[in-house]
Design a protein around this ligand. Structure first.
Ligand code: S3P
Length: 176
């Protein structure tokens, strides 16, 4: 199995857990949002403002393909990465995919604290108001594409990483 890929909604802690996990496993860490921003020399908000979500999603698909092109990586993805269903069908076959989830209330609190303009709205509504609807749409995808679900709202980051590590090593012996 090549990489560990973290999926899940905004503010669920993919980047923080991904960095620590990569550190523990001595894998490289790749954040697909960061990759997009580097390739476009712009922030996510700037890309969305200038080019719109459709173009952002195109960049995101490319970033996902690049991210999984090398083994021994922990890859943190954007909350909407699972919308690329064809790509994820492939990703799931050769990688270990972890869905980080947390209760709505916790995500609401975290998103309410986000800096103005840092996370552009996906629907035109406020990022807290839109969350329930967007989550409803995406939850079946997070479930379908993941090998493991971990509740990052209930566990501290060390426990999240420990749980992923144990499950990953167990899966290594069964998944090719
Ligand atoms: C998005 C989540 C963001 C980023 C972009 C779109 C989404 O990533 O990719 O703003 O569609 O949920 P994070 O999940 O890291 O915030």
């Amino acid at each position: 199995m090549c990489c560990i890929v973290l999926i899940g909604y905004r503010a669920v802690g993919k980047t923080s857990a991904g960095r620590l996990l990569a550190d523990r496993l001595e894998y490289d860490f790749v954040d697909t949002d960061q990759l997009i921003c580097e390739m476009q020399a712009a922030t996510v908000a700037e890309i969305v403002e200038k080019k719109g979500w459709q173009i952002f999603r195109r960049y995101e698909e490319e970033a996902l393909r690049i991210a999984v092109s090398r083994p021994r990586r922990v890859i943190s993805t954007g909350g909407g990465a699972v919308l690329h269903q064809e790509v994820f069908e492939q990703i799931r076959r050769q990688n270990f995919v972890v869905w980080l989830r947390a209760d709505l209330k916790i995500l609401e609190q975290r998103l309410a604290m986000a800096k103005e303009g840092e996370r552009p709205s996906l629907t035109g509504a406020s990022i807290v108001a839109e969350m329930k609807d967007v989550l409803e749409q995406r939850t079946p995808l997070y479930r379908r594409f993941s090998d493991l679900a971990v509740d990052s709202g209930k566990l501290d980051i060390d426990s999240v990483v420990a749980e992923i590590t144990t499950a990953y090593y167990a899966a290594l012996s069964t998944k090719t």
